[in-house]
Design a protein around this ligand. Structure first.
Ligand SMILES: [Zn+2]
Length: 262
């Protein structure tokens, strides 16, 4: 089986000592490509160098809504100059209203810049949304459907919203949260996505899937090879065999990431 990890963070400091091992295990598991998302200006360079060194790593550049305090005065220019000359996706970007103290207006401004840049350059956009669905829909209503399709990563919204998001030309990506035994909301969402819109991701090194581990074991760092149990869980939820689900998600990833593939 072949896989594409639609969203991970291979620049993360916690895993720098193990990149060759992570990539070897990914290859063995059938992971052909990994979309590695930068999260702030200071990790653009590492994301670029990883993608230059390893052909299976596809770069994605953006500012995560958690890290808006890191923005330099000329971040728009920095991001534009980073993204324009090379095949890459845009993100991680988005809206996260979990923290009530977060500056929502600033998040919206930064997110809209990413959407416009993705539209201008014709690149897929990798979107993070937590508790900000109304704000997302308002923005999409104003901008209209994305010219180049994007994705909502590690989907945590309601199943009802999925047809609306699909109309705005978004794909829906599922992470290890589908492996959690009590993930009722995610289970409904996995069933609600159109077959031609479903994607898989690890968000490595975070969101380690719930595998058969003794309770209370220390949280482990996630990696792209864990797409295999994620695909297995998603297939069970949709009542498909895992080969069919994996192939479907792979084909969908090829479509959405075509502007980034070598
Ligand atoms: Zn992420």
């Amino acid at each position: 089986m072949k896989y594409i990890d639609s969203h991970c963070h291979l620049h993360d400091e916690r895993i720098q000592g193990d990149i060759p091992g992570i990539l070897a295990r990914a290859e063995e598991a059938g992971v052909r490509y990994m979309v590695s998302c930068a999260t702030m200006e200071s990790n653009f360079k590492r994301t670029r160098s990883l993608s230059r060194e390893y052909g299976s790593i596809l770069p994605c550049y953006g500012i995560h809504p958690w890290f808006l305090d890191s923005l330099s005065d000329r971040w728009e220019q920095v991001l534009g100059e980073q993204a324009a000359p090379e095949p890459c996706a845009i993100g991680e970007t988005g809206l996260d209203f979990m923290d009530k103290a977060a500056d929502r207006d600033k998040q919206i401004r930064v997110f809209r810049f990413h959407l416009e840049l993705a539209n201008t350059l014709g690149r897929p956009v990798n979107i993070h949304i937590r508790k900000a669905w109304d704000a997302l829909i308002q923005i999409l209503k104003k901008s209209g459907p994305l010219k180049t399709p994007g994705l909502i990563h590690s989907y945590s919204g309601s199943a009802d919203l999925i047809p609306v998001l699909e109309k705005f030309n978004l794909y829906i990506s599922f992470s290890g949260s589908v492996t959690r035994p009590n993930a009722k909301k995610v289970v409904k969402a996995v069933r609600a996505v159109s077959k031609d819109r479903i994607l898989l991701e690890t968000d490595a090194p975070d969101i380690y899937p719930s595998l058969d581990e003794p309770a209370g074991s220390t949280p482990r760092l996630n990696e792209p090879a864990n797409l295999v149990p994620i695909a297995g869980a998603a297939a069970r939820i949709r009542g498909m065999n895992v080969e069919e689900l994996a192939e479907t998600a792979y084909d969908n990833s090829l479509k959405i990431f075509s502007p980034v593939l070598p």
